[in-house]
Ligand binder design. Structure first.
Ligand code: SF4
Length: 102
């Protein structure tokens, strides 16, 4: 997530940015930025059943799904790389449905 996305999410949740970062983010696997925390099952902390609790301010990577994935990444990037970078997606029912249709 970039600084603007952090600011939007923090504001939406009525938190200051420092508290939002402490409570809801972790360092990305490549240590080059922040990612949203995940539950122990790998699902995003803002996933509530099939709904995103931060829909109006969700990060760009969420907004890009599935179009960017299909057009730019799908079949061009090893599935293991996608899974390592975006584990929360693989616990999303919508994404599982998408995988089943491929
Ligand atoms: S779209 Fe999904 S992964 Fe993105 S913030 Fe919402 S619940 Fe989390």
């Amino acid at each position: 997530m970039d600084d603007g996305e952090v600011a939007m999410l923090a504001s939406f949740l009525k938190l200051d940015e420092k508290d939002f970062i402490e409570q809801h983010t972790r360092l990305r696997w490549d240590r080059r930025g922040l990612a949203l925390n995940e539950r122990t099952d790998g699902s995003c902390i803002f996933l509530n059943k099939n709904n995103c609790e931060v829909q109006s301010v969700k990060p760009q990577q969420c907004k890009d799904f599935p179009n960017r994935w299909v057009n730019e990444l799908w079949g061009k990037v090893p599935m293991e790389n996608i899974q390592a970078k975006y584990p929360m997606l693989f616990n999303c029912s919508g994404f599982k449905k998408f995988l089943g249709e491929q």
